[in-house]
Design a protein around this ligand. Structure first.
Ligand SMILES: Cc1ncc(COP(=O)(O)O)c(C=O)c1O
Length: 419
């Protein structure tokens, strides 16, 4: 396990003059504090003892029921018994690793992939096989070619594909969405070659335009897909309530694994979310924040068009929190980062950290979710000016000393901050 010191980066991002596009946090301005305060009071007053007590490991039945009903409306046929409440969807990733993965197993991951997913599975000593993505998400044909070649190998040489990890909607870090056709094909491959799919969907409901794609799990007839959801981006992350949907037998194993980790999820938080849903706050809030994040996305894309050099490319996310930027080959986003902070007081996450094969050094992830509207315009203007000043210049060395954070610390720290 590798540690990285995030304190220096927190110090940096706390300094008022730095505009940071690094942290993929929800905008605190969207948190429905005024609505939640009376609900929290109501939960404490009306169900005090129960809401402060330990709860069942699987989660409160009422919340499992509520989630099953919502997901059935989105095409996933499931019962409450097929839902496990977790401490954020991040815990579901860890529990899936715990029950499914043996040392040496192969995990397919999007190239680039969400760092938190990679690090959850990495602890179970797996081998990652990165599958490239394009504007339509994971390149399923490349995965098929790999699987075919692997199955032709001798049992000693062949790898053991166990899990494919995907973020199908407005992916972290690139913002791209997996096409419906590829979703169907991916499930077919899982059936043919006998691996599971972890469909991690925290951003799916934050769609700004276009029609939603069917969930990968809707194509699943043999229980190969574990669907992960979360209230972190659609409501707030502080209560740490997420969930995983899968066959009941798998949910029972995940619950046993969870008992050894934390016994149960936050009882008060579960009660609060049930009450938010009962009062219609979940859907009303969602409608409001989709408008907020769409406006931020538009502002960022408009500013990129205005201020970034023509040699730089970026994605067009239809939802979620992120835009993915590709610099000309040879530019190194990681070594440029401390200079961008020092010279222009602007921070981002260098994209190389999201790749499992050491590539992607000329990529950048920008989160538009947390910065204010003014910061988006000013920060992209500064970053554009910085990139223009660096185009065609020899790469600067990463800064290793001087005031504030060290370059390397900042880079690893901003990568951690990205969640
Ligand atoms: C793709 C993805 N999966 C999972 C998580 C973890 O979210 P949660 O707060 O539900 O644990 C995040 C958080 O940023 C994420 O981006």
């Amino acid at each position: 396990m590798k540690a990285s010191d995030i304190r220096e980066a927190f110090k940096l991002t706390e300094r008022g003059d730095i505009i940071s596009f690094a942290g993929g946090f929800p905008s605190p301005d969207t948190f429905p504090v005024d609505e939640v305060a009376p609900i929290a009071h109501f939960v404490a007053a009306s169900q005090g003892a129960l809401s402060l007590q330990y709860g069942p490991t699987e989660g409160l039945y009422e919340l499992r029921e509520l989630i099953a009903t919502r997901m059935r409306a989105q095409g996933i046929a499931c019962s409450p018994e097929e839902v496990l409440i977790t401490n954020g969807s991040q815990q579901a990733l860890d529990l899936i690793g715990k029950i499914l993965l043996n040392p040496g197993d192969t995990v397919f991951a999007e190239q680039p992939a969400y760092i938190g997913g990679l690090s959850a599975f990495d602890h179970y000593e797996v081998k990652f096989k990165g599958i490239p993505i394009d504007d339509n998400g994971l390149d399923v044909d490349r995965l098929a070619a790999y699987l075919e070649a692997n199955s032709a190998k001798s049992p000693e040489e062949a790898e053991t594909p166990k899990l494919c990890y995907i973020v199908p909607n407005f992916q972290n870090p690139t913002g791209v969405t997996l096409s419906a056709d590829r979703r169907r094909k991916l499930v077919e491959l899982a059936t043919t070659y006998g691996f599971c799919i972890a469909e991690d969907n925290p951003y799916g409901e934050l769609r700004f335009e276009g029609s939603p794609k069917p969930h990968v799990k809707t194509f699943d007839t043999r229980g190969a897909v574990l669907y992960l959801g979360s209230f972190s981006k659609t409501l707030f992350p502080g209560f740490r309530i997420g969930y995983v949907i899968g066959p009941e037998a798998v949910i029972q194993k995940l619950a046993i694994a969870k008992q050894g980790t934390d016994l149960c999820s936050n009882s008060f938080g579960q009660k609060l979310i049930i009450e938010c849903a009962r009062r219609g706050l979940l859907d009303a809030h969602l409608q409001g924040i989709v408008d907020v994040y769409r406006a931020k996305r538009d502002l960022m894309l408009g500013s990129l068009g205005e201020h970034f050099p023509a040699e730089v490319q970026w994605t067009y996310p239809e939802g979620g929190f992120f835009v993915w930027v590709t610099l000309p080959p040879g530019m190194n986003a990681k070594s440029l980062l401390p200079h961008a902070v020092a010279e222009e007081r602007v921070a981002y996450v260098s994209g190389g950290a999201f790749f499992t094969d050491g590539t992607g050094s000329n990529t950048i992830r920008l989160a538009f979710s947390q910065a204010s509207d003014d910061e988006i315009v000013e920060g992209i203007r500064r970053l554009g000016r910085f990139l223009k000043s660096r185009l065609g210049r020899p790469e600067p060395a990463a800064r290793t000393s001087g005031g504030g954070a060290k370059g390397a610390d900042l880079v690893s720290a901003t990568c951690e901050l990205e969640q």
